[in-house]
Design a protein around this ligand. Structure first.
Ligand code: BDR
Ligand code: CA
Length: 311
């Protein structure tokens, strides 16, 4: 059984790691990629995506998507991730050798879903601007998707504010539109991604793969773990690769049905994912929320996938 995936992403190192694991997983087939502004402005996230393609020699069409959130002013994670959101302690990605595929990412997603009714799983790893824009442009789209699997939100603490996670914080109106669209949705929030930890031992394991690509990836992984080091911690949470791990190895996770609302108004809570687990008694479920992960097993799976992706 092969799952057809559309990847919507804002690379970002952890988006790259997720994409590499997706490409390396035999049961997952990537139909196309749309890039969105998020970790950095679109010119950076798109350039990163094309440079990643070049490094790996992948040929899946990569489309440029939305530059701005639906309503609010753009926000990025450049304060944490650096100007290009692709920090490294050594080598850098090669210059892009291909251009973005023709056509806007939103239309490309719509076309891909219409070409495979009921078969496409949308993996969303950035702010949900492209996805919400696609739902507004194509009211038939939600019914065409098999599922949405996304990294975003949290059942407890945030990372950008006390309660808001970055991808939701960066475009809360888009997130609200997506959670309300009626598509079977699985949410991988900070609460579960913080159970999957990466540290120096993983940087060493990637380096030990011994290829040029592995060295280059390890330099970026080292910089990613460096975010935690600067905060006095030895391990960094693994965000975007975690839903890919679930697609490949669902037995490593537990998920719970919930009704998830995105707070749009709170002075302190805008961008919070408010999760009501008392379903169906108090609310109709609109999502499954990942609650627990076997973190070491997820990382063991990830190292095996990276060995294939970085060969
Ligand atoms: C999410 O925000 C981005 O910085 C990461 O790429 C991930 O998608 C984590 O909050
Ligand atoms: Ca991301």
């Amino acid at each position: 059984m092969t799952t057809e995936i559309w990847l919507d992403t804002d690379p970002g190192f952890d988006d790259w790691m997720a994409w590499a694991l997706l490409q390396a997983e035999p049961g997952l087939r990537l139909a196309g990629v749309s890039v969105v502004a998020g970790n950095a402005p679109l010119r950076h996230t798109l350039a990163n995506a094309l440079r990643i393609q070049t490094l790996h020699g992948w040929t899946t069409p990569v489309h440029a998507g939305c530059e701005r959130p639906l309503v609010q002013a753009p926000v990025t994670a450049q304060d944490v991730l650096g100007e290009s959101a692709m920090a490294t302690t050594g080598r850098s990605l090669p210059p892009a050798q291909a251009q973005a595929a023709p056509g806007h990412g939103v239309q490309a997603l719509i076309d891909a879903a219409r070409a495979r009714p009921g078969q496409l799983t949308l993996l969303a790893l950035g702010p949900l601007t492209n996805v919400a824009t696609a739902f507004d442009a194509a009211p038939d789209l939600p019914a065409l998707l098999q599922a949405i699997v996304l990294m975003g939100g949290s059942t407890d603490r945030g990372n950008t504010t006390a309660v808001a996670e970055f991808n939701i914080h960066a475009d809360p109106e888009a997130a609200a539109r997506v959670f309300g669209a009626g598509v079977p949705l699985v949410m991988f929030g900070l609460n579960v991604c913080r159970q999957v930890l990466v540290g120096d031992e993983h940087v060493r394991a990637v380096r030990a793969l011994g290829t040029e690509r592995a060295e280059l990836f390890a330099d970026h992984l080292d910089a990613y773990v460096g975010i935690a080091r600067r905060r006095g911690a030895a391990h960094m949470a693994v965000y975007d690769p975690t839903p890919v791990a679930w697609l490949a190895r669902p037995e490593l996770f537990s998920v719970a049905p919930a009704h998830v609302d995105v707070e749009l108004e709170g002075r302190l809570t805008r961008g919070m994912t408010v999760c009501e687990f008392r379903v169906p008694a108090r609310a109709r479920p609109n999502a499954r929320v990942a609650m627990a992960a076997d973190g070491p097993a997820v990382m063991a799976w990830a190292l095996q996938g990276l060995a294939r992706a970085l060969a």
